[in-house]
Design a protein around this ligand. Structure first.
Ligand SMILES: [Ca+2]
Ligand SMILES: [Ca+2]
Ligand SMILES: [Ca+2]
Ligand SMILES: [Ca+2]
Length: 326
């Protein structure tokens, strides 16, 4: 019975509050950033690097460094901005017990190269260390903002999907500073990069308390609205239906069973559907009259629980759904 249905038509619909082709907006005030995400209709995802289970392999102390090539936390894959470097978390954060950084710092090839990097002006590009870190997300992100700190007045810039957005003068930091950006066009990767540190002068950056702007998940079931076949009825991986199914849609019309009382698929839920329901009431899987589409909660039995769900659906069109066509 357990059905994990792939989101076949992901992204077909867009959230109406998201406007296209707007320039990214920089924020240096966390409250203003969070408020702008809310006003824009976005949900938020917060990363404080405190989850010991998720971040276990990256935990380190000054005396006993530990690091790992990558960590996937809440759908964000965190890596260093140099492929051969690792990432680490230790007691360098702005709050809680842990913050985040790349380990080692910057381009591992600079200090070992034969290139002469002890010049100040102009500084060859090969001399820059560019300490930093990257996050990649399969789901589209619309904002990234967090507390950044660096040594020696770190110059921090930001790349979204490989394109530099920058922080301008705001990216010149020497104490914990909030740096954020909202890009309503969406992005799937970001990089915070230090652009001033060079050979013989490592300038490091660290991060903590990062908040992402994400598409909304109205019912909080772990499937964002743009992929949720029952936007207002929890039926996703975090809140499975009574049968343990996620996104169960037995007639494959794009509306999950939990929000699809339209048993004859004419776009309406009316007496015709009620009559179909009645035929299946008090049947179980395997019975002659069992109708899998009328098993709204997916538990293999059509009983009072399903009737109660049908009552809510009666006289309403199926959905709302990401991916239905009515
Ligand atoms: Ca949802
Ligand atoms: Ca359906
Ligand atoms: Ca109908
Ligand atoms: Ca049932």
């Amino acid at each position: 019975m357990r059905t994990i249905r792939p989101w076949l038509i992901a992204g077909m619909l867009t959230v109406t509050t998201i406007s296209a082709d707007a320039a990214p907006v920089i924020y240096t005030n966390e409250a203003a950033y969070i408020e702008a995400l809310s006003t824009g209709g976005f949900g938020t995802l917060h990363e404080d690097f405190e989850d010991d289970v998720v971040w276990a392999d990256s935990r380190s102390t000054i005396s006993n460094p530990a690091s790992t090539p990558q960590v996937n936390s809440q759908g964000i894959l965190w890596t260093s901005n140099f492929a051969t470097n690792n990432i680490a978390t230790k007691n360098v954060g702005v709050s809680g017990s842990f913050g985040f950084y790349s380990s080692p710092h910057g381009d591992p090839d600079v200090e070992t190269s034969d290139f002469v990097c002890d010049v100040d002006d102009p500084i060859p590009e090969q001399c820059f260390l560019h300490d930093g870190f990257v996050g990649d997300s399969a789901d589209t992100l619309y904002g990234v903002g967090g507390w950044i700190n660096g040594t020696f007045g770190a110059d921090v810039t930001l790349f979204l999907d490989g394109v530099e957005v920058g922080f301008g003068a705001d990216g010149n930091i020497s104490s914990w500073t909030f740096l954020g950006v909202i890009d309503t066009d969406g992005f799937n990767s970001f990089e915070f990069r230090e652009i001033d540190g060079k050979g013989e002068q490592v300038i490091t950056i660290r991060a903590d308390n990062v908040t992402f702007g994400v598409v909304p998940d109205a019912d909080g079931d772990g499937v964002v609205d743009e992929r949720d076949n029952c936007i207002n009825a929890p039926n996703g991986p975090l809140i499975l239906d009574a049968g343990g199914n996620s996104q169960l849609d037995t007639d494959s019309d794009g509306y999950g069973n939990l929000c699809d009382g339209d048993l004859n698929n004419d776009g309406k839920t009316n007496t015709l559907d009620l009559n179909l329901y009645k035929l299946a009431h008090r049947t179980n899987v395997g019975d002659a009259n069992y109708n899998v589409d009328a098993d709204f909660n997916g538990d293999g039995m059509i009983n009072t629980l399903d009737l109660n769900i049908y009552k809510i659906l009666h006289r309403k069109p199926p959905g709302p759904s990401c991916c239905g066509s009515f």
